[in-house]
Design a protein around this ligand. Structure first.
Ligand code: C2E
Ligand code: MG
Ligand code: MG
Ligand code: MG
Length: 287
């Protein structure tokens, strides 16, 4: 068969690879319909003040409920959504929905929480991005500093003037900016000095072994100290145990997020969670 490889490119594909690309095509076409069909849903996970335990914010995490594929987690469809450009419409929906939910917490529960939204590099580079954010804030009638955009170091890696400019404009409009999965990328630390970030989120891989591996403890401690000396707030991700929470408290980590405090929940479950766990926050906001 290989002899005829020049004649047909298919000869190089194994059945497995055909299946993979078939699955991609199927995913893509299902994803195109998902927005109209209302299959996307935002879950919310609390972000708490490490010392007081009070809820300060929530991160919006996307879920896809598809009748054929079942519940699809973001790591399985976001990369494809980025490749195909579908992330632009999906991402716009996410921002609108997250802000409407924050308006609901304020109006119905009396809590002024920030809402953190994950944003892909592709969204940032899109020309209409800033306008869409402004419109979403207006539609929800929420102040700009309600919204915190989470980006990864991947965005900074592209090192473009456009990215730097958009970050600056977002900052000037009062929107908060956060570096997600901090420590897993390859970018030079100098960007922290030149870009207007408010928050660093320590990646959960460091938090996971913070009590077992001295190196991880040193890294977490160093990140907290560095962030504070640059005037940044620090959030530890992936806090699963009380002992990890204690360590973070001792080290002065501002906020924590993880299964120990609360799992990502449907909007309804999160509102319910706030009713019982969020009251203490009522007269306190804006760290
Ligand atoms: P991320 O932004 O770093 O989100 C945190 C991930 O850690 C979430 O996974 C969350 O469920 C999980 N997590 C939270 N607490 C714990 C814990 O204590 N232990 C462990 N082991 N995991 C914990 P999820 O929801 O599967 O999201 C995965 C990634 O998908 C996110 O990572 C984010 O990069 C991306 N993503 C999610 N929603 C969106 C979105 O709306 N837009 C874009 N562009 N990306 C999104
Ligand atoms: Mg995130
Ligand atoms: Mg993260
Ligand atoms: Mg991540």
């Amino acid at each position: 068969q290989a002899k005829h490889a020049g004649k047909s490119a298919y000869a190089r594909f194994t059945p497995d690879m055909t299946e993979v690309s078939h699955e991609r095509l199927q995913m893509e076409s299902l994803m195109r319909k998902a927005l109209e069909q209302g299959e996307f849903e935002l879950f919310f996970q609390p972000i708490v003040d490490t010392t007081s335990g009070r809820v300060m914010a929530a991160e919006a995490l996307l879920r896809w409920n598809n009748p054929v594929l079942g519940l699809v987690m973001p790591d399985r469809f976001i990369p494809l959504a980025e490749e195909t450009g579908l992330i632009l419409t999906i991402g716009e929906w996410v921002i609108n929905e997250a802000l409407l939910e924050a308006a609901h917490w304020r109006r119905e529960i009396g809590l002024e929480l920030q809402v953190a939204v994950n944003v892909s590099p592709r969204q940032f580079r899109d020309a209409g991005f800033l306008d869409r954010i402004s419109r979403a804030l207006e539609a929800a009638n929420m102040p700009a500093d309600t919204l915190e955009l989470e980006v990864t170091e991947r965005l900074i890696l592209d090192n473009s003037i456009e990215t730097a400019d958009i970050l600056k404009q977002l900052d000037q409009r009062g929107i908060r900016l956060s570096v997600d999965d901090f420590g897993t990328g390859y970018s030079a630390l100098s960007y922290l000095k030149s870009y207007p970030f408010n928050t660093l989120k320590i990646d959960k891989s460091f938090v996971h072994d913070v009590l077992k591996e001295a190196e991880d403890a040193s890294l977490v401690r160093a990140i907290i100290n560095m962030a504070h000396s640059l005037g940044l707030r620090v959030i530890a991700e992936g806090v699963e145990e009380e002992a990890q929470s204690h360590f973070l408290q001792t080290e002065g980590c501002d906020c924590s997020q993880g299964f120990f405090y609360g799992r990502p929940m449907s909007s309804q479950a999160f509102s319910h969670w706030l009713q019982t766990n969020g009251r203490a926050n009522k007269d306190r906001f804006n760290v």
